[in-house]
Design a protein around this ligand. Sequence first.
Ligand code: PHE
Length: 502
Amino acid sequence: MSELRENEQKTLNALKNAGGKGTVEDVMREADLAHAAVMRAALSLETRGLIKVHESKRMRIYLNDEGKRYAIHGLPERTLANTLISLGGEASIDEVIEASNLSRQIATIALGWMIRKGWARIDKENRRLRIIGKPERGLDERVIETINKRGSVFLDELDRESVDIIKTLKRRRIIEVDEEITRELELTDEGWKLARTSIKLIEEVSQLTPEIIRSGRWKEIRIRRFNVEAPGPIIYPGKIHPAQEVIQEIREIFLEMGFTEIRGPIVETAFWNFDALFQPQDHPAREMMDTFYLTYPSMGDLPKEDIVRKVAKTHENGWTTGSTGWGYKWKREEAKRLILRTHTTAVTIKYLAEHKDPPLKVFSIDRVYRNEKVDYKHLAEFHQIEGIVMDRRVTLRDLMGILKEFYSKLGLKKVQFWPSYFPYTEPSAQSTVYIPKLKAWFELCGMGLFRPEVLRPLGIKHPVLAWGGGLERLIMLKLAVDDVRFLYKNDLGWIRRSPICQ
Ligand code: PHE
């Protein structure tokens, strides 16, 4: 048997004292509790099978102001009859009304009732009023007295004759009738059992005050338990967008793995986005269809002349990298063009050019731009994640290990690597991961070791592992969203429904 709260105990006791049954009002009186407190206790006792709650609709009858006046001074026909008796039992109508002190209007009605009740008679010839015998106290007067004494009565407490009287009194506008729902609480056998085993009252408080602590009263009292399952109002606190939650999670994974975050400008020269990465100037990705070029300003600055010259030579004939290059005339003007970066590799390569000492572990999570036709798979503005590791003797194996670890921390345990191609890495690979929920493999990050054609012109002497890829696909897989546009639609319902912890 679980414990009873103070108010539940009081309610059980009150019902026991009342013989096992009582209305909510009875319990309120007996236990000295507020209506809401009894209701709450009753609800809880009922769900535990200790009481039954019977609901019924009842008509409550009470006197209005006029009725209360008549309860004290008598009905106007009684006043009129008494006046007539005091006048000797016979008088003219005007005389009686005058002597009764009643208003003309009320007196006229009272006259009618006096005649109807057979208390007096009007002599048709001389219009005089004569009393008949001794006017008896009627049922209507007794009912008024009862209601007045009790404050109110229920219609169902009255016998049939009294109910008829009530109808008349209602028509005379002496009483009011209100429909009321009454709840009667009744102890069940279980309830009786518990009530009989002399219930001890334990004081309960819902709030601990300094007074309770100081006085030491906390030793005796009980602190009310919270019902954490009780339904409460739904609230919509401010929260982080689900996509940002995933970004934050990935950022933390990189940090856990010892990487440092770097950021670069959104507007970059083609030099860092393409040329430094050994992408030929006639590469199709550079065309307007794929890349956003700025109109104003349209040109940016190139880095140190030394680097520019080496990059140019590598493109033209391979310089000292061991490569034959692309075999074309490299144009400075093409490299100076300003674009919106198309990948975050522009950020890492520029960072590398200024940080040539191993070891180096950095990452970037940021926006990139491509001139794509927007559909369920493509956006023109999206995010990429990118990481690089530079150290003295790192190899493709290390890169695969790092990626496996990275995906594993995201909860993706099955990973495969496939040969692939990027103009700036050799060897190059593509990683695919298995998503159990969808029972399918998905391509996530591209990867590889930067080519000598990329590293030598920048003066980097150690191997650099690099990988990167779109972030939205990962977010979509994590959040079970199948249209990339939906991520940025700001669907309030979806944002509200998304759990704070994924
Ligand atoms: N930059 C490539 C892309 O945008 C990804 C990549 C990064 C590949 C680093 C290899 C090395 O898809």
